[in-house]
Design a protein around this ligand. Structure first.
Ligand code: SF4
Length: 225
């Protein structure tokens, strides 16, 4: 199927979140998202249309020193046909495919998982996002994602409550207790007042036999894109 993708930007930078923070990656930011998290810092107000092959040619301009392409958004899985096509091309070129996702569109993930190498999956806590809960979707999504290298991320805000954390830990234990959970403080809120909460959340994770680490958004701290 011939398909065009709506892409907001393509750029090279340092991965600023999660377990791969510090790695130089090429970022492909997909246009459009199915959520509206209250802490969202991503502005998707324009896009350029690409054929998969056109996008690959643009990525090749960055080839030196980049092992990994990060497919981010918005939510890349909203454009699953285009995503599938570009994942196949990048993999053939020898790149590692890193998918950043809000962890909800499990059927779309099933269609592309074979060509994904790393899944960076959000667990959207209702007390953080200001939205409804997505536990059922997250559960199904995580089962599919776990076929590949996966880690989880929770954005922790001053409003985030312990019940949501515990529900997330339950879910991780049910699907795969060996997955690492990243607790990421909301970068729009002051860090100092949240230190105690982050430490407490880490302890609760440990008591539930889940490895959790606190990793703030590095790129914002050092002034990178
Ligand atoms: S899922 Fe990500 S891109 Fe979409 S609204 Fe939430 S934070 Fe923003």
């Amino acid at each position: 199927m011939r398909t065009r993708g709506k892409i907001t930007e393509v750029f090279s930078s340092v991965q600023g979140e999660g377990l791969y923070f510090g790695e130089e990656q090429i970022f492909v930011r997909f246009f459009g998202c199915n959520l509206k998290c209250k802490f969202c810092d991503t502005h998707l107000d324009r896009f350029t249309e690409y054929e998969p092959e056109e996008l690959l040619q643009e990525l090749k301009l960055y080839k030196n020193g980049h092992a990994t392409v990060s497919f981010t958004g918005g939510e890349p899985l909203l454009q699953k046909y285009f995503l599938k096509a570009i994942l196949k091309l990048t993999r053939k070129e020898g790149y590692k495919n890193y998918l950043e996702t809000n962890g909800i569109l499990h059927s779309a993930l099933e269609d592309v998982i074979d060509d994904v190498d790393i899944v960076a999956m959000d667990l959207k806590l209702p007390s953080s996002t200001g939205l409804k809960d997505f536990w059922h979707h997250h559960h199904r999504f995580l089962k599919v994602a776990s076929k590949k290298e996966t880690f989880l991320k929770m954005v922790i805000c001053q409003d985030t409550n312990e019940e949501d954390l515990k529900e997330g830990l339950r879910l991780i234990k049910e699907v795969n207790k060996f997955l690492i959970l990243v607790l990421q403080p909301n970068s729009y809120e002051e860090y100092e007042p949240m230190i105690e909460k982050l430490e407490r959340f880490k302890d609760i994770a440990r008591d539930n036999h889940i490895t959790a680490c606190v990793i703030p958004q590095l790129h914002k701290k050092i002034g990178l894109k």
